[in-house]
Design a protein around this ligand. Sequence first.
Ligand code: AMP
Length: 303
Amino acid sequence: MKTILTIAEMRQELAGFRAMGHSIGLVPTMGALHEGHRSLVDASVSACDVTVASVFVNPAQFGPHEDYQRYPRTFEADQAMLEAAGCQFLFAPDVAELYPDRTRVWVTPETEVADGILCGAHRPGHFRGVLTVVAKLFNIVQPTHALFGQKDFQQAWLIRRMVADLDLPIIIKVAPTVRESDGLALSSRNRYLSSVERQAATVLYRALEAGRLAILEGETDAPAVEAVMHQLLATESTFTTEYAEVRDAATLAEASSPLAGEVILAIAGKLGSTRLIDNELVIVPVSVSTGSVPLAEGAAYVS
Ligand code: AMP
């Protein structure tokens, strides 16, 4: 695996592969790699001729009071993991390479799908920073495929929209969330947790599961499902909930009641100073979304 620090060298290395018509998979990351990142690299290695992973802690997506400075940086371990996974190139520019000047042109998503809802509402400007850096990486690497995790659902949704709305010729793959055996979604930020907080952190997954079960058992009212999740989150007094919501997975709009189709259950909050997020996609069973048919109106009972 080659580690590449400059845009010019990255372009030069890939030009030959592109000319030969090879597929190029890009896995953008902020480093401090774990098995969740590894699953994206594995998927790229099996789908594409060439895999490029990027490691860049992007200052543009952190708010002024967020953890940019203390974000974990484990570069040598990241290199070793990527090499073992069969990644051919690690693109690791420094901040001056990607942002040599103050940025004046950004990729800014509409408020109603970004800063107005979910993580965007709690991290103003975050998704503008994410989409701008991902657009830059797409232009530098020009991948045929790019891989993202379901763990960051709103991010993956916005990247799909960016690719569709700006006609970028890139296939976006979204891989399932990799979890610890007790359900906690892997995250680079989990290493901030004390051992007591680590135990409490399973509350996100437990609340998502409670919401999912409520739907599978016939709950069709979105606020009622949200109440189930809030109740479970409240059992962990050290967890401060930012949001626990049910949304339409295709549009990110508030899920309409009765629930139907594919919905996303999404939770974010803090344990101490560590912000954690998680989500689950639920396909509402048809028998739930149509409700139980009253006897007198049921066609099945007419005969
Ligand atoms: P990050 O380094 O946190 O910016 O994440 C880089 C990519 O890895 C993003 O597409 C994330 O959604 C994805 N990712 C992070 N955690 C997980 C996980 N537990 N399972 C699968 N993908 C993940």
